[in-house]
Design a protein around this ligand. Structure first.
Ligand SMILES: [Zn+2]
Length: 139
C-alpha cells in the first residue's frame, strides 16, 4: 500500500501552478471539516479534502487542501469519477498517480473559482484537460 501523500511537500509547486490561472491563496490545513467548524464556515462533508472559499469582504479566493491525502481519499474520489462515465479508463488511470491526483484536485477547485456555474463533472473534465494539454506534473 502506498504511503499517504503529504501535500506540504508540494505547496510551492501548487502555488506556482495556480498562479497560471488565477490569483488565489492556497492553505494546507490538517482537517478541512474541523477548520470550517472553527471558522464558522458551513461544510457538510467530514471527509472533504479540498475546498474553494470566497472571502466576501475582499472578494478573494482561498483554496484549502488537507495536509495528508490517503489512499482511501483518492479511491473515493476516483470511484465518483468512474461512475460519471465522463472519462476513459486511461484517463482515470492517469489520475490514480498520487501527484497527478493532487494536481487534479487543485485544478478542480480552481475550475470552480474560474466559473462558479460549472458542475462537478465539468470541473473534473476541465482539470484533466489542463493536465493532458499542458502535461502538468509535480517534481
Ligand atoms: Zn467540486
Amino acid at each position: 500500500m502506498e504511503e499517504n501523500l503529504c501535500v506540504l511537500n508540494y505547496v510551492d509547486q501548487l502555488r506556482n501552478l495556480s498562479s497560471r490561472y488565477i490569483q488565489v491563496e492556497i492553505e494546507i490545513v490538517p482537517n478541512i471539516f474541523k477548520w470550517c467548524e472553527e471558522k464558522g464556515v458551513s461544510e457538510d462533508h467530514p471527509f472533504r479534502i479540498a475546498k474553494a472559499l470566497k472571502n466576501l469582504e475582499n472578494g478573494r479566493y482561498l483554496i484549502l487542501i488537507n495536509q495528508y491525502l490517503t489512499s482511501e481519499n483518492i479511491s473515493s474520489v476516483l470511484t465518483g469519477i468512474e461512475h460519471s462515465n465522463y472519462f476513459s479508463i486511461d484517463q482515470i488511470k492517469k489520475i490514480t498517480d498520487q501527484k497527478i491526483f493532487l494536481i487534479h484536485l487543485l485544478l478542480h477547485e480552481i475550475s470552480h473559482v474560474l466559473d462558479e456555474t460549472r458542475t462537478e463533472e465539468q470541473c473534473d473534465h476541465w482539470a484533466l484537460n489542463q493536465i493532458e494539454t499542458n502535461q502538468l506534473t509535480l517534481d
